[in-house]
Write a protein that binds this ligand. Structure first.
Ligand code: FAD
Ligand code: FES
Length: 270
């Protein structure tokens, strides 16, 4: 018998990590293992509050344990932020295409992240670290509003030993060892070989737009700028049309796209 595609797997919250004033990571344990690849998303039900798409931020593969990093954005995420270890949520998926790893390997990989966009990028960084030799040069540009909003701050030490990291805070203070300004300011500090470079840009739409424009100016072609879009979703698998952007279903054809596929479509960068 075919499984109802809307029927989720029960999961228990094992740990809640306070990341920033409005972002928490929930370590959840599913009753059944789920296999996902980096950049794919799941639909998570917060009982009584609603269902939302999130991209697991943990190591990929077949697993019952999953990290979901959640920014408080509205009704359902506010209720989720009140949840404690042993509380129950429900998860279905995974959905979407994920990052095209075959196109990122053996290149100069430039990762540009901001806000909760670091959630899928954290799972990508796990992937890179587990196959380190295939990624000869990894540069990461990271932007946050203030030092307090820096996501996964504890991991930057380890990442800094492996990758070239440049970071910027819109509003810095004396504790900040990066630059002051928006993330695109950091492009001035790096040199990449545009012909060898592939960029992955994930963050708020306006950040992805301006970072992609900056990359274009540097000579990186549109098909080698990879973005991950967030659109309102319902089904998650190409049935309800809620996530339609131009000719694409973000849930099924994405959420990961080449910049060239989506740059001129309406409502992408709002
Ligand atoms: C593929 C995908 C992956 C995502 N991954 C993550 C993640 O890892 N971590 C994370 O914190 N958030 C992620 N999001 C965004 C997250 O799904 C929304 O913030 C969440 O659904 C808001 O639900 P809410 O009920 O709390 O807010 P609502 O009360 O529904 O809305 C609050 C605000 O959030 C906006 N919003 C609502 N739904 C979405 C949505 N699906 N995408 C973007 N904005 C939305 C609304 O327009 C409104 O401005 C992802 C979204 C998509 C599409
Ligand atoms: S969310 Fe239903 S078609 Fe994409």
């Amino acid at each position: 018998m075919n499984k109802n595609p809307y029927s989720p797997i029960k999961a228990q919250i094992k740990e809640v990590i306070d990341e920033t004033p409005n972002i928490k990571t929930f370590v959840i344990e599913l009753e059944e293992e789920m296999e996902f690849s980096t950049g794919q998303f799941v639909q998570l039900t917060v009982p009584g509050a609603g269902e939302c798409p999130f991209t697991p931020s943990s190591k990929t593969g077949k697993t019952a344990l999953m990290d979901i990093t959640v920014m408080k954005a509205g009704a359902a995420t506010a209720v989720l932020h009140e949840k404690k270890p042993s509380d129950i949520v429900y998860v279905r998926g995974p959905y979407g295409n994920g990052f095209p790893l075959d196109r990122l390997r053996d290149r100069e990989l430039l990762i540009v992240g901001g806000g909760c966009g670091m959630a899928p990028l954290r799972s990508l960084l796990h992937e890179i670290l587990s196959d380190r030799n295939r990624y000869p040069r990894v540069i990461m540009l990271y932007g946050c509003k203030t030092p307090r909003d820096m996501l996964y701050g504890d991991s930057f030490g380890e990442w800094g030993e492996e990758f070239e990291i440049h970071k910027a805070a819109d509003k810095a203070d004396s504790s900040w060892d990066g630059k002051q300004g928006v993330v695109t300011e950091l492009f001035k500090d790096i040199k990449v070989d545009a012909a060898k470079c592939v960029a992955v840009v994930v963050g708020p739409p306006v950040m992805m737009k301006f970072a992609s424009l900056e990359l274009s100016k540097m000579g990186v072609s549109d098909d080698r700028i990879i973005v991950s879009l967030e659109k309102n979703m319902t089904c998650g698998f190409g049935k309800c049309r809620h996530c339609l952007v131009g000719p694409y279903y973000v849930c099924k054809d994405g959420p990961v796209f080449e910049y060239g596929q989506v740059k001129d479509l309406p409502d992408v960068w709002d």
